[in-house]
Write a protein that binds this ligand. Structure first.
Ligand code: TMP
Length: 220
């Protein structure tokens, strides 16, 4: 399948919502049907952006909330200009794990900021990316209880500590959850809410059924 233009697809949601696993499956399906793609993530995706990721997620770093906003935006700027925009220009599908909505949900709503500050956080990311918005965003929706259960299991299985953001209080994550639903309500044409409590197969199908239509509409 040859696309008319590159497509920018993002996955979003609270912790342990299953987005990475499903986005991996989406990438495999694109490979099978011969659609050129790249799979990437934020924060990270390039050498410098991964270095910034290590700083911003390190639980030993005490980082001011304003600095945190800027660090995510710096990572985003690097990632977009050196990896994402060139891939889109080549007509590829870019599948990205997290993007600007994460900054709005976590650094904005999560931190309890007013709508005015949230607009400023958005503006910083818009500057970092020259206003690049995703064509489609899948919001993987699981209840907060489930998220905490899965995070606990994952850190036991992998013997790793929770990162700086995961360690935050329940109230913070509840605000992030509510923030995501607020974004989805504001932008229903871009953000598709996916029930992340379904089986992995069903979650994948929910994403793929939507994405496939979108791909065909954008094919030559
Ligand atoms: P990940 O665990 O899905 O890779 O995401 C890393 C963490 O970074 C996750 O806790 C969400 C957080 N994050 C933000 O707080 N703001 C952002 O802009 C991004 C991209 C991620």
């Amino acid at each position: 399948m040859i696309l008319k233009n590159g497509l920018f697809i993002t996955g979003e949601g609270i912790e342990a919502g299953g987005k990475s696993t499903v986005l991996e499956k989406v990438a495999s399906r694109l490979e099978e049907i011969g659609v050129p793609y790249i799979r990437t993530r934020e924060p990270g995706g390039t050498r410098i952006a991964e270095q910034l990721r290590a700083i911003v997620l390190d639980p030993n770093n005490d980082i001011h909330l304003n600095t945190e906003i800027m660090l995510y935006a710096c990572s985003r700027s690097e990632h977009i200009h050196s990896l994402v925009l060139p891939a889109l220009k080549e007509g590829k599908v870019v599948i990205c794990d997290r993007y600007i909505d994460s900054s709005i949900a976590y650094q904005g709503y999560g931190a309890g900021h007013s709508e005015e500050v949230i607009r400023k956080i958005k503006a910083v990311s818009e500057f970092a990316t020259n206003n690049l918005l995703p064509d489609r965003t899948y919001l993987f929706d699981i209840p907060l209880e489930e998220s905490f259960k899965r995070m606990g299991l994952r850190s036991l299985e992998t013997q790793t500590d929770l990162d700086r953001i995961e360690q935050r209080a329940r109230e913070y994550h509840q605000r992030v959850y509510d923030g995501y639903h607020h974004i989805a309500k504001q932008e229903p044409n871009r953000v598709v809410v996916i029930d992340g409590t379904q089986s992995r197969k069903k979650v994948f199908e929910s994403v793929w059924n939507d994405l496939e239509v979108f791909l065909y509409k954008n094919s030559q």
